[in-house]
Design a binder for this molecule. Structure first.
Ligand code: HEM
Length: 393
């Protein structure tokens, strides 16, 4: 029987009872009704993944670690929660990290690997330059290894930590299967070419997401992740001062918003073009005997960076509400790519729908995050369980 077939059947048989894992304490979607479930066919992209699918005999299931590490999901949850209490910025960082992992060769923790001779890591590729959260995953993984050595994959840790982050930020809970395994390589070139750019126009965005199996509705809902976290000025400064080489601003921008962004980003323009400081190196974290509190201290200093705009810029507490979509309708998208969602008929319809219906947004976002979290996964006997997420075991 085909593996995808089994996955699909499991998906439907489990939707009525086990929509969340055994020790979960959350409500699922706001009104406890289930969104239509997508078919989680493993992405059938050429090469590695095709081989992966035909060779794989395993598949994802709910509560995969029930026998081998029953406390795994609880450890991830409490670890993310305790770090979040000290550093709320880790939540958006972990969400973005999951997107950047899953979008490139699937959710296989390939983005976490450090470069070694002969393998250039995804994390060093230009679109990942400002990616954060590696050190948070290191901490979570240390705790997992302490409880259940060599059992829980980094790939599962990434998607589960992202889900926790979404809940902590006011977004929806969604059920996640586990049993992902870690890749033995990282794909820097794919990351460079496959991750979308903040300057992409609508047709590129649609093409890019549809190449991973997402339709326009799903794409618009996923971009709703941009209602949390921060965006550094360097990613949109061209829109403020020199849009498309015009020496002027992007004409689609609301003028009051333009002045606001200019006032926040009008520092030394050259400095906005320099790379953003990186997060902690593995040697600073893993191989030291830092106490958890000093790790947190270091995390905080690694997160202090260049001028940036909070995405809930009208004030804290609006994450995962309707503000992001309402702003787009007012010409107040921060990134060009965000604003482009209002440039197409269908995408604009979804922007309007989410702008006025937070439950619909939460349902669609949760459902699409489930789909994202199942992209191109490696299951046994493919891949491995890394002990240190930064290194192949
Ligand atoms: C067209 C697609 C996308 C593009 C071009 C894009 C680009 C960006 C850029 C340039 C930033 C600012 C990074 C910084 O200032 O350091 C950002 C932040 C962020 N992105 Fe996206 N993104 C896209 C889609 C997504 C998706 C699908 C998700 C999640 C499902 C996501 C989650 C986030 C989050 C949470 C942040 C804030 C990170 C933080 O505060 O640490 N993005 N994105």
């Amino acid at each position: 029987q085909d593996v995808d077939d089994i996955n699909v059947k499991l998906e439907f048989s489990s939707r009525t009872d086990k929509y969340c894992s055994r020790d979960s304490q959350y409500s699922i979607f706001d009104d406890h009704s289930f969104p239509p479930l997508p078919l989680f066919a493993t992405t059938s992209v050429e090469g590695r993944k095709l081989q992966q699918q035909t060779a794989s005999v395993g598949f994802l299931i709910y509560d995969y670690y029930q026998q081998t590490c029953p406390q795994a999901e609880r450890i991830i949850r409490s670890s993310v929660r305790s770090l979040f209490r000290k550093q709320p910025q880790i939540a958006p960082a972990l969400l973005r990290l999951a997107f950047h992992d899953c979008f490139v060769e699937g959710c296989d923790a390939s983005v976490l690997l450090d470069s070694v001779e002969g393998m250039h890591s995804e994390k060093e590729s230009p679109p990942n330059e400002s990616l954060k959260g590696f050190d948070v995953i290191d901490i979570v993984k240390l705790e997992l290894e302490e409880a259940c050595p060599g059992v829980v994959s980094c790939a599962d840790a990434v998607v589960l930590a992202a889900r926790e982050s979404i809940v902590l930020s006011g977004g929806p809970f969604y059920p996640l299967k586990t049993g992902r395994r870690d890749s033995v390589s990282s794909f820097a070139e794919d990351a460079t070419f496959e991750l979308p750019s903040p300057q992409d126009d609508l047709s590129k965005i649609i093409e890019s997401f549809s190449s991973k199996g997402f339709d326009e509705r799903e794409t618009v809902s996923l971009l709703g992740a941009h209602s949390t976290g921060v965006i550094h000025c360097k990613f949109f400064v061209n829109r403020l001062f020199n849009f498309s080489g015009t020496n002027s601003s992007d004409p689609t921008m609301d003028s009051e918003f333009l002045s606001f962004l200019r006032s926040k980003c009008n520092t030394n323009q050259a400095s906005l073009m320099s790379p953003i400081s990186k997060s902690l190196s593995p040697s600073q974290l893993i191989s030291t005997s830092l106490s958890p509190s000093s790790i947190i201290h270091k995390l905080s200093s690694s997160l202090v960076e260049e001028p940036a705009i909070p995405m809930d810029f009208e004030g804290p507490g609006e994450s995962f509400g309707t503000l992001y979509y309402r702003s787009l309708l007012q010409g107040r998208g921060i990134l060009y790519v965000d604003q482009q969602l209002t440039a197409g008929e269908e995408t604009k319809t979804w922007v309007q729908a989410y702008a006025s219906d937070v439950s619909l947004f939460h349902k669609d976002f949760g459902t699409t995050m489930m789909k994202l979290s199942n992209l191109g996964v490696l299951t046994a006997p493919m891949g491995q369980i890394r002990k240190d997420c930064r290194k192949v075991s």
